[in-house]
Write a protein that binds this ligand. Sequence first.
Ligand code: GDP
Length: 189
Amino acid sequence: MTIKTAQFIKGIIGSDEILKDGRKQIAFIGRSNVGKSSVINSLVNKKGFVRSGSMPGRTKQMDFFLINEDFYFVDLPGYGYAQLSEDQRVKLKKMMLWYLFEDKNPTRKVVLIIDAEVGPKDMDLEVLDMLKLYELNVIIVANKSDKIKKSEIIKRLAILQGQFPEFNVILYSTKTNEGREQLWEELLL
Ligand code: GDP
């Protein structure tokens, strides 16, 4: 995939005209520190394009990036931040749930990023259950696959895919770019 242009358009916290402009939206979600910003940066081939979710002040809105003047990447706040107050966490979760489940959009795809080595955590399973229930178009990206031994990798993918038969699971590494082309193919379908 050739990225000709990638630009930040705006961050929103709720209803906004950008949601209704007819462009396809590809949304990224995942636990804090799972590598969500690194995955977006590797997809657009730009280091530092999206700042790490762990940076202060980076967690509060849904950021829209226009890719190749065609479709949006939507960087949703990560979940499971230890450093946020309970209040802030509830607010962010509500915002994510609103975007995913109330603001209906048939063109939307959701990329849920998990840690390939650690596997899905409770919060991931909770979100995945809802995504399944609402029949959203979901791709699971198992990031940090470079941390898994080569001899284990096929087994790990089979285990993850077996856990989520209804979703496509892609092993990914932002360090080696494993999975990048496969993910782009899925995103552009
Ligand atoms: P975010 O909080 O989900 O946005 O996560 P970041 O993109 O900031 O990444 C969190 C940490 O994971 C950083 O230290 C990254 O360098 C590291 N990381 C991200 N992707 C990978 C990967 O594919 N492999 C490895 N080994 N580390 C990664």
